[in-house]
Write a protein that binds this ligand. Structure first.
Ligand code: HEC
Length: 197
């Protein structure tokens, strides 16, 4: 059985990444299947595209809000180099449209969690995939639960569309303002620091 488990300690998260030595992957692949990632809502949030069902014939391919996160180690690398490192994992958590009006006005407000997708760049595991990216879904057809593991989709199912239309190395950075602002910009990436004011 092939098993790679990698942990990032709370200590590592709270300190300078360059000064800490730790295992670099934040995902676990066992016998070719990705275990459902955990803890990702505390990773770096990069944006929320929304494809509401009512603008997509009642059935968006990925309903509806897509909260996207990048793992913190890869974010550090992105800020420094403007590239997705080998080992990057991005999560897309699906959230239904809940209310369509609030005291602030009409709109699409987030409802319930209804699905989970992921993409990983890894030469070790996906050396034969375009760009070394592989794509996974833990969503179930009724959107009421999640699977505990997922197999990579064939390249034509997911990867091909990402290859053709995404702005930056198969990732749709054109829809993620945090990644655009952070690309290779170091400390400027975080929205400013008190000491700079
Ligand atoms: C028709 C084109 C298309 C196909 C096919 C497609 N995607 Fe995407 N994907 C997108 C677009 C556009 C975005 C960004 C905007 C959004 O979320 O709607 C995205 C974003 C993502 C993200 C967030 C990180 C990133 O790369 O931007 C993940 C994870 C993802 N898709 C997984 C998948 C999986 C899994 C499949 C296959 C089951 C898949 N995608 C198939 C177009 C596609």
């Amino acid at each position: 059985m092939k098993r790679t488990t990698c942990m990032l300690t709370a200590l590592a998260l709270g300190t300078s990444f360059s000064s800490v030595t730790f295992a670099e992957k934040l995902f676990t692949i066992t016998d070719g299947e990705l275990e459902r990632p955990t803890g990702y809502r505390e990773w770096i949030y990069v944006g929320t595209p929304v494809t509401p069902n009512d603008m997509n014939d009642g059935k968006a391919a990925f309903p509806e809000h897509h909260n996207v996160y990048i793992d913190p180690v890869s974010w550090e690398h992105w800020k420094k180099t403007g590239e997705f490192r080998d080992g990057t994992i991005l999560i897309k958590e699906l959230v239904s449209v809940g209310a369509k009006s609030a005291v602030s006005g009409n709109g699409y407000f987030q409802g319930e969690y209804i699905g989970l997708e992921a993409t990983i760049k890894s030469r070790e595991y996906f050396g034969s995939e375009p760009g070394n990216w592989a794509y996974f879904s833990f969503s179930t057809p009724d959107h009421k639960s999640l699977t505990t593991t997922a197999k990579a989709f064939p390249a034509e199912a997911c990867n091909a569309c990402h290859a053709g239309a995404a702005a930056d190395d198969f990732v749709f950075t054109q829809y993620y303002p945090v990644l655009r602002a952070g690309k290779g910009t170091g400390a400027d990436a975080v929205g400013g620091r008190r000491s700079d004011l």
